[in-house]
Design a binder for this molecule. Structure first.
Ligand code: PLP
Length: 395
């Protein structure tokens, strides 16, 4: 067997995808499995967006586009930033990528040298550490404590900084916790980044999924200095239910964006042309579907959260955004006689046929992630199964 490159030898496959694969396997074998592992909205892409893609194909927009994305799409993204966040970007400060994931991947490739450190608050989205490592960087974890709503404090950030610190990732609303940093919290973290000249990578992919009185604020909105210090990552995957179309983007420093565009020109060439036309329609068409989806998520959250915290052994900080619950299940695992939450999650899948994602994949081994991007009926059935599983184990 040919030896694989060192680069991939330490790569950890995505836990989210692994659990989804296992659930699918059980389903294929005839088991009635409920999967709450999904990281994508369950709604189809709004019809007017699909129609725009079909139209673009019929009009012959089926060719290469500029590497950094169509000028017409960039101009919609410029308008979106202006309208939603009062942020002004030039088109040259924006790159359209093959999803937000690819925007992040490309970003780390162009900013990190061997041994450069990136501060990653835990719990984190599974791909951050791997992407940093693939770029030769070193992830430095800072623990967002559950008692502090899984958020990191300015003191924690400060003490993680070394001479090699290049960037810090802020993901708000967060996957997997659903937590949202307030303006004051962002300001305090931002001041430290400015003081130490650390690039802020602000992953705002869940921007549109915010509930109750909570508000999403971008750290880049807080001052011109912070805007200059920040690369915003966003996209249409979660907001417009377009995960399969693969359109995301990065906005910020022109030199960084140019380097990312140069790199993309040798890797993807460009994001899929017709998906870019679909994304234009997503931004310049009606935003009602975005609001309706947000509302549906909020309704589910409110119902399912109350039911979840009734299950013995589960405690949960109420999420403020995104579409995940991230309860602590340490006590539940112990009560059901499992020594780890990982084993508990495995047993839940095998015996109760409910697929959750173990928190270990997100750097939080006492927690589990439940996605509520599925119908309320299914969610209620899943909660019932978990409850019965616990009752049975505690007999
Ligand atoms: C926090 C976070 N960032 C980025 C992404 C990637 O989004 P995209 O589908 O646009 O690549 C995801 C998707 O799960 C996510 O949860």
């Amino acid at each position: 067997m040919m030896k694989l490159a060192k680069r991939v030898s330490s790569l950890t496959p995505s836990t989210t995808l692994a659990i989804t694969a296992k659930a699918k396997e059980l389903k294929a074998a005839g088991h009635d499995v409920i999967g709450l592992g999904a990281g994508e909205p369950d709604f189809n892409t709004p019809q007017h967006i699909i129609d725009a893609a079909v139209k673009s194909m019929n009009e012959g927009h089926t060719k290469y586009t500029p590497s950094g994305g169509l000028a017409s799409l960039k101009s919609e993204i410029v308008k979106k930033f202006q309208q939603d966040q009062n942020l002004h970007y030039e088109p040259s400060e924006i790159i359209v990528c093959v999803g937000a994931k690819h925007a992040l991947y490309t970003l780390f490739q162009v900013i990190l040298d061997e041994g450069d450190e990136v501060i990653i608050p835990t719990p984190y989205w599974v791909s951050y550490p791997e992407q940093v490592k693939l770029a030769g960087g070193v992830p430095v974890y800072v623990e967002g404590l559950e008692e502090n709503e899984f958020k990191i404090t300015p003191e924690q950030l400060k003490s993680a900084i070394t001479e090699r610190t290049k960037a810090v990732i802020i993901n708000s609303p967060s996957n997997p916790t659903g937590m949202i940093y307030t303006e004051d919290e962002l300001k305090a973290l931002g001041d430290i980044c400015l003081e130490h000249d650390i690039l802020i990578v602000s992953d705002e992919i869940y921007e549109k999924l915010v509930y109750g009185d909570n508000k999403h604020v971008s750290i880049a909105q807080l001052s011109p200095e912070l805007k200059a210090q920040t690369i915003i990552i966003n996209g249409v995957s979660k907001s417009h239910s377009m995960t399969g179309w693969r359109i995301g983007y990065a906005a910020g420093n022109k030199e960084i964006v140019q380097a990312m565009t140069d790199l993309a020109s040798h890797s993807t060439s460009n994001p899929t042309s017709i998906a870019q036309y679909a994304a234009i329609a997503a931004y310049n068409g009606p935003q009602e579907p975005v609001k309706q989806m947000r509302q549906a998520f909020e309704e589910r959250l409110n119902i399912i959260y109350e039911k979840l915290i009734q299950i013995p052994g589960f405690t949960c900080v109420k999420p403020q955004g995104a579409f995940y619950l991230f309860p602590n299940a340490r006590q539940a695992a112990l009560m059901a006689s499992y020594s780890s939450v990982d084993e508990f999650v495995e047993a839940l899948l095998e015996e109760a046929k409910v697929a959750l994602v173990p928190g270990s994949g997100f750097g939080a081994p006492d927690n589990v992630r439940l996605s509520y991007a599925t119908s309320l009926d299914v969610l209620e059935k899943a909660i019932e199964r978990i409850k019965q599983f616990m009752e049975q184990k505690m007999k």
